[in-house]
Design a protein around this ligand. Structure first.
Ligand code: MN
Length: 319
């Protein structure tokens, strides 16, 4: 990985090993990930009437395996979000809330309570089950915004104890790279900086990347992982890059799923580009999904909803 990161010959042309590289490393493969699919997030309504945009979801399994869904709930109209997501259960998944502006008030069946604010992340492993509510609150100007990603849990961890990893904006490292590219590292590693979210089965990377106008970004991904980008601001290109001028192919709300390879490339043209870059190890397990519960079999789904009706859904009552 270190050989690729920060290397001067990142953008096509021939691969050069840095000085001092051992024999053999210069022959390592170095495939730029192509584009498998480009989509645009679509307007939908969730929770108690929250207007949001879904980048991908139940219609797309198993394309994004190990990820299940990505919702973008940016809005500057309080009537579009204030009803929020009142009490509901989750089992068998992780929900990852990353805030851009405004706040989400969170409370759950374990007695946890808190506010997720701008730049904060909450990585919630529902495991065997929690019942929680997530209530958006706008900032002083009424603006609200964030992303909620759902990641699947491997069969062996679907009934594990729930766990939270919550980090404030200032606990998330920001790395500055060549060309003034800035990366907030929520999970994974960039330029020797580790993100604070650790110990997740799918070995996720979750990066918030800002590429200034005219700059380029390269990131090693390893083979076999599922990698996608979701654009938040500006425009640019993701995937293989031309030598010359950058003609934009991705804007706010564009979702790019990469094909397999060793690294991803991105570039900004005349304006800056900001996107989330997310990756994980695919699980390749059967998916039985109903609403907020995702298991491996229909029988496990029936059990979950029976238990919910009987009041035995939550297995662990202290956090
Ligand atoms: Mn929820």
């Amino acid at each position: 990985m270190a050989l690729i990161y920060g290397c001067g010959a990142l953008w096509g042309g021939e691969w050069r090993a840095p000085d001092g590289a051992r024999e053999g490393e210069s022959e390592m493969s170095d495939v730029v990930r192509g584009i498998q699919q480009v989509m645009t997030s679509r307007a939908t309504i969730e929770g108690a009437g929250v207007h949001l945009r879904r980048a991908f979801g139940p219609d797309h399994t198993p394309l994004f395996d190990p990820f299940l869904m990505l919702d973008d709930f940016r809005s500057d109209k309080p009537e579009e979000y204030r009803e929020g997501f009142p009490w509901h259960p989750h089992r068998g998944i992780e929900t990852i809330t990353y805030m851009l502006q405004g706040e989400v008030e969170h409370a759950d069946s374990l007695g946890n309570k808190g506010v997720i604010g701008p730049g904060d992340v909450q990585w919630m492993t529902a495991g065997s089950g929690i019942i929680h509510q997530e209530m958006p609150r706008g900032d002083a100007q009424g603006r609200m915004g964030g992303l909620q990603l759902w990641a699947n849990l491997p069969a062996a961890e679907k009934m594990r104890d729930p766990r939270y990893q919550g980090f404030r904006a200032e606990q998330i490292p920001e790395v500055t790279l060549e060309g003034g590219v800035r990366v907030r590292v929520i999970a994974g590693e960039v330029g020797g900086q580790q993100g604070p979210v650790q110990g997740i089965a799918i070995a996720p990377e979750y990066l918030d990347v800002r590429v200034p106008a005219g700059a380029r970004f390269a990131h090693p991904t390893g083979r076999g992982r599922t990698v996608f980008a979701y654009v938040l601001e500006g425009s640019g290109r993701l995937g293989p890059l031309p030598d010359g001028a950058i003609e934009p192919m991705a804007w706010d709300h564009t979702l790019v799923l990469f094909g397999d390879g060793d690294r991803v490339l991105a570039a900004a043209g005349d304006e800056a580009l900001r996107f989330l870059l997310i990756s994980g190890e695919p699980l390749r397990e059967p998916i039985a999904w109903y609403g907020p519960v995702v298991m491996n079999t229909e029988e496990e789904l029936r059990t979950a909803f029976d238990e919910y009706r009987r009041g035995t859904f939550v297995k662990q009552r202290t956090g």
